[in-house]
Ligand binder design. Structure first.
Ligand code: 6GU
Length: 238
């Protein structure tokens, strides 16, 4: 899968996504990440890419022309108008089902805004999906683009090892992950729950299931509406 990220800060994207698991997946050929510098497409003699909003108001807006030309260069190169995601707080909040859906695309274009946003006319021309990463305001779309890229990339076959793939499943069942423990058996006076040392896999599974439910009730009760609980579990925990 190929990610094309349109940004005024390409170095931020390249630094952020060539590390750890995503970096390895890029080196192994499962993914590519290209940061396209919108400023390279300015036609202004001072390389300007922003201007004041008509009607007044605080701050500057990114102008339509350099954004459109940067997008058009990607479309020309790949040969089709790929799905184009604009990262903005004025949008539905990103979630795991969206990550899975975007992972079906061969190419994904991500557009990062800065300043007070982007001239609406170019958004109308090129954007297919508007995505926020949560209800707080950031200084630009680069961190959200990296968040979305990471979440989508890890759904691409080959990016995660078999060991790592399981970590999506608990969230998909609507429950949080259970607590986990590694060596030593006792640390800082705290022992690992004995059931995990028992070797009884059925008991371990039952304990983990219960812990997942209890943790979800305590930390994310909003998730329980969609969680798949048995009749008995509902009576016991809700
Ligand atoms: Cl996608 N962009 C910005 N600038 N701020 C955000 C956001 C996106 N999602 C949450 N806050």
């Amino acid at each position: 899968m190929h990610f094309h990220i349109l940004t005024l800060f390409p170095q931020m994207i390249m630094d952020g996504l060539h590390t750890s698991i995503i970096g390895r997946a890029i080196r192994n050929g499962f993914l590519s990440v290209e940061a396209v510098n919108i400023r390279d497409y300015t036609v202004d003699k001072h390389n300007k890419v922003d201007d004041y909003p008509y009607g007044g108001g605080a701050g500057l807006l990114m102008q339509a022309q350099p954004v459109y030309d940067a997008w058009e260069a990607v479309v020309q190169k790949i040969g089709h108008r790929a799905r184009t995601v604009y990262l903005t707080p004025q949008a539905p909040v990103f979630c795991q089902p969206m990550a899975k859906e975007f992972a079906k695309e061969q190419h994904l274009i991500l557009l990062c805004g800065h300043y007070e946003g982007i001239d609406e006319r170019v958004l109308e021309e090129i954007v297919t999906d508007y995505v926020s990463i949560g209800d707080y305001v950031l200084t630009g779309g680069e961190l959200p683009a990296m968040v979305v890229t990471d979440a989508v990339a890890r759904m691409v076959p080959g990016v995660l090892s078999n060991d790592q793939s399981g970590h999506t499943e608990s969230l998909e069942s609507g429950l949080l992950e259970y607590p986990q423990y590694s060596r030593p058996e006792e640390w800082n006076g705290k022992k690992v729950p004995p059931v995990l040392l028992s070797g009884d896999h059925a008991k371990v599974d039952a304990w983990r299931r219960e812990q997942s439910i209890l943790r979800t009730v305590k930390r994310r009760p909003d998730l329980l509406k969609q969680a798949q609980l048995t009749q008995k579990e509902q009576e016991q925990y809700l």
